[in-house]
Design a binder for this molecule. Structure first.
Ligand SMILES: Nc1ncnc2c1ncn2[C@@H]1O[C@H](COP(=O)(O)OP(=O)(O)OP(=O)(O)O)[C@@H](O)[C@H]1O
Ligand SMILES: [Mg+2]
Length: 210
C-alpha cells in the first residue's frame, strides 16, 4: 500500500497530541505527501456512534469483552473509512492511538489478556498495522499529575486506579519488547521540543525525498 501509517501510543497525559501537532508541521516540510492527523473515531459517523455506546455513563452493565469488541468495531470502521483511503491517496497518516491502546488498556488494564485482545483486534484490522509506532513512555504518576487526576496522596480507590495504569504501562512495555521493529519508545518525561526532535529522527527513515 502507498502512503505511510504512523501511530502514537502511551498513557493519558504523555504528550501525544501535543507532539503530533508539531510533528505534522515538521513532516510536511520534509515530505511532499499530505499529512493527515486522525484519532479514533476520526469523524466516521458509524465509528462515533459505536464509541458513544462505550462511553455512555448509563451503560454500567457493559461487559468488559463487549467493550473490547466495540472498540475493535469502531477501530475497523475508522480504518476502512478514514485511514485506508488516506493511505491509498499516498498520504502520511498520524494516528493518535490505535490497536496497541486496546492491548494495553483492555488486555492489561482490564486484565482480559493482551494476546486475546490482540487476536480480537487482528480480526478487526486484518493485519493493517502502522509501519511505525511511537510509544511515549512515562511513569504512571507523572502522566496522572499532568492531567491533574491525582493530588498530593493516594487513597485506596486512587491506589486501584494507579494499579490499573501500572498494568497498562507494563503491557505497553511488553508490546515494545515483542515488536522491536515496529514500536520505538520515546522518554515522555523530556521537554516537548526534545520529544518532537526524537520522534522526527525515528520518522525520517520513512520519509521520501521530493
Ligand atoms: N513533554 C511534556 N512535558 C510536560 N508537559 C507536557 C508535555 N507534553 C505535554 N504536556 C502537557 O501535558 C498535558 C497532556 O498532554 P497531551 O494532551 O498532549 O497528552 P496525550 O498523550 O495526548 O493525552 P491523552 O491520551 O489523554 O489524549 C497537557 O496539559 C500538555 O500541555
Ligand atoms: Mg491526546
Amino acid at each position: 500500500m502507498a502512503g505511510l501509517f504512523i501511530s502514537f501510543e502511551g498513557p493519558d497525559g504523555a504528550g501525544k497530541t501535543t507532539a503530533i501537532k508539531s510533528l505534522a508541521e515538521k513532516i510536511s516540510q520534509a515530505d511532499s505527501r499530505h499529512v493527515m492527523i486522525t484519532r479514533e473515531p476520526g469523524g466516521s459517523r458509524i465509528a462515533e456512534k459505536i464509541r458513544q455506546i462505550i462511553l455512555d455513563a448509563e451503560n454500567v452493565e457493559m461487559d468488559d469483552w463487549t467493550e473490547a469488541l466495540l472498540y475493535a468495531a469502531s477501530r475497523r470502521q475508522h480504518l476502512v473509512e478514514v485511514i485506508q483511503p488516506a493511505l491509498a491517496a499516498n498520504q502520511i497518516v498520524l494516528c493518535d492511538r490505535y490497536v496497541d491502546s486496546s492491548i494495553a488498556y483492555q488486555g492489561g488494564g482490564r486484565q482480559l489478556g493482551p494476546q486475546k485482545v490482540a487476536d480480537l483486534n487482528n480480526f478487526a484490522i486484518q493485519g493493517v498495522l502502522p509501519e511505525l509506532t511511537l510509544y511515549f513512555d512515562l511513569p504512571v504518576e507523572v502522566g496522572l499529575k499532568r492531567i491533574k487526576k491525582i493530588g498530593a496522596g493516594f487513597d485506596r480507590l486512587e491506589g486501584q486506579a494507579l494499579a490499573f495504569h501500572e498494568r497498562v504501562r507494563q503491557t505497553y512495555l511488553q508490546q515494545l519488547k515483542n515488536n522491536t521493529t515496529r514500536i520505538k519508545s520515546v522518554d515522555a518525561t523530556q521537554a516537548p521540543d526534545v520529544i518532537v526532535d526524537q520522534c522526527f529522527e525515528l520518522i525520517q527513515p520513512f520519509l521520501t525525498e521530493d
